[in-house]
Ligand binder design. Structure first.
Ligand code: HEM
Length: 531
């Protein structure tokens, strides 16, 4: 007779202590399970089709296990949805409404913006530089600052930034010449990163960015991997989009302490020096503009040609404490990886498509000649093929592969029974939309002609938004585009780029970042263009 057929009284009686312990453990496990799954019938109760979640991970198991990039997971969801307009998902234990339908998205981003003016992203009290930034602010607090900062990105200001950018582009050419002379393969991501780092630190706060000429530039070392987190921090970064109480309880900060320790005195000294030498306002950089906002309560608008900015809300915005530093930090962090990654993906495809590269070079040479041999700000406005290449790069690689919003009051989705409750987190897959074969035939093929004058009108409205959409879209779009143009134009005018043995056949993305960053860099051959 096997043991488990013994009559119960024949079994040794467990001690009372062990029985209590087992009961407690079972009870605790049950309570924990009930807690982490407590929202899991949210979508079922609302009759919204949903993806079956797993405890703790929700629908992000592969992201948490570092098997897939969050951008790829959302792209898969988008693709599997076929004709569904929206779907319930769970990020960790929180319900998220994933919206695929472009007309619903347009209402969320534009028409009914008053219901969706906040991002779901939540920075904790300890993450002061993100919390005070435009990206992290909410409601009126966000709107007041957005209106005040908008004039800092006008055409007139961009022209001043261009002068600073141009100097850094010359350093980029020298940096690449060294590599060519030494016969080295160049990581286009690294070269673009050094260029944008020097550009954003110079434009952002007048620190003379030196990463192109000095390997030990402290800012480059501190900021180089600002969006590449450790494994735990990457999970917490995802939590920041859906799990505000947890983020607050753990007081998570995405900004490394050494970077904060570097920025505070560096900016403080730069401002003090300008005050003492009476040079405030002369450099025309972003720091000058922030000081103007701090001292005068506004940044003077200077453009006739620009679209009229939203009217000032009239509210005063304090630039005291870390608020000013936070805006400078955002300028650096938001402008660095976004631009350098776009440049490097563009170079990757130019290297693989010689005909496209040659056509771009020919157009650049022609425009340069027409502007007395110089690539001026005005010259760069007249290179349509460069614009087409950058647009196609951002279509295939939207650096932020998703857009998020948080619903601020109950919202009835037009033409459906769905009421989005206040507090609901909304996500969409930018990557999915921009690689959708029904919107872009042959979507994995790099084809700048999609954005030619003749073709671009056939792109469906709302199907291209690498800078986001609506009042909350990227404030630095024109600067990001300008930086990308300047960097690419100088490279292609001076160098021929081609694949090397280490160039990946297909791009894969760094799993330790929520941004789309090339996982193994972009190694390419560079050689000097013969005049
Ligand atoms: C190629 C370059 C860039 C890309 C692809 C990019 C993309 C984006 C995207 C997708 C968003 C979210 C928009 C939304 O939710 O609708 C965003 C927001 C933002 N970006 Fe950019 N960006 C770039 C360059 C820059 C630069 C150069 C700056 C500043 C110097 C900047 C500053 C910001 C800020 C402050 C926000 C938050 C805006 C707000 O919430 O009001 N970005 N960007």
């Amino acid at each position: 007779m096997s043991t488990w057929l013994l009559p119960l009284e024949a079994l040794p009686a467990p001690s009372t202590g062990a029985a209590v312990l087992v009961a407690l453990l079972v009870g605790a496990a049950g309570a924990l399970y009930a807690y982490v799954t407590r929202h899991f019938d949210y979508w079922r109760r609302r009759g919204v089709p949903f993806l079956r979640p797993l405890p703790v991970a929700g629908n992000l198991k592969d992201v948490l296990l570092f098997r897939k990039h969050v951008g790829d997971v959302l792209h898969e969801v988008y693709t599997q949805m076929k004709n569904q307009r929206y779907l319930g998902m769970y990020f960790l234990d929180q319900p998220v409404l994933f919206v695929k339908d472009i007309s619903i998205l347009k209402s969320i981003f534009h028409k009914d913006f008053e219901y969706f003016s906040d991002r779901s992203f939540h920075a904790s009290r300890g993450d002061i530089l993100n919390k005070e930034s435009l990206f992290g602010r909410k409601g009126k607090n966000w709107k007041d600052l957005r209106v005040k900062l908008s004039p800092a990105f006008s055409s007139g200001k961009l022209k001043k930034f261009f002068v600073l950018l141009d100097q850094k582009a010359a350093n980029l050419v020298t940096f690449l010449e060294h590599a060519v002379r030494e016969g080295r393969v160049v990581d286009a991501k690294e070269a673009s990163g050094r260029f944008t780092m020097d550009a954003v630190s110079t434009i952002g706060f007048g620190l003379e960015g030196r990463s192109l000429i000095d390997d030990n530039d402290p800012l480059y070392r501190l900021l180089n991997s600002i969006f590449v987190f450790g494994r735990l921090l990457n999970i917490l970064a995802i939590g920041m989009f859906v799990r505000a109480p947890l983020v607050e309880a753990l007081n998570v900060s995405l900004v490394p302490a050494p970077l904060v320790a570097f920025l505070r005195p560096a900016l403080g000294n730069a401002m003090e020096q300008r005050r003492q030498t009476g040079t405030q306002g002369q450099r025309g950089d972003f720091l000058d503009l922030l000081m103007e906002l701090r001292d005068k309560g506004r940044i003077a608008a200077d453009d006739e040609g620009d679209a009229k900015p939203a009217p000032d809300t009239g509210a005063a915005v304090s630039m005291g404490g870390d608020t000013l530093i936070s805006q400078s930090f955002t300028f650096l962090s938001a402008g660095f990886d976004t631009t350098s990654t776009t440049m490097s993906f563009a170079l990757y495809h130019l290297a693989k498509n010689e005909a496209i590269q040659d056509k771009l070079r020919a157009q650049l040479k022609k425009v340069q000649k027409e502007h007395n041999g110089k690539l001026t700000y005005e010259a760069l406005q007249n290179v349509p093929y460069l614009d087409m290449i950058i647009s196609e790069t951002l279509r295939m690689y939207p650096v932020l592969p998703f857009l998020d919003r948080s619903c601020t009051k109950d919202y009835q989705v037009q033409g459906t029974d769905l009421v989005i409750e206040k507090g609901t987190v909304i996500f969409t897959s930018l990557y999915g939309i921009q690689r959708d074969p029904e919107l872009y035939p042959n979507p994995d093929c790099f084809d700048p002609e999609r954005f030619s004058e003749a073709n671009k009108h056939s792109i469906r409205s709302g199907a291209y938004m690498p800078f986001g959409e609506g009042p909350r879209m990227c404030i630095g779009m024109r600067l990001g585009l300008l930086q990308t143009k300047v960097g690419l134009a100088h490279i292609i005018l001076n160098f021929k780029v081609s694949p090397c043995a280490a160039t990946p056949e297909k791009m894969s993305y760094d799993l330790k970042s929520v941004l789309i960053l090339p996982r193994d860099g972009v190694p390419l051959n560079f050689c000097r263009v013969q005049e």
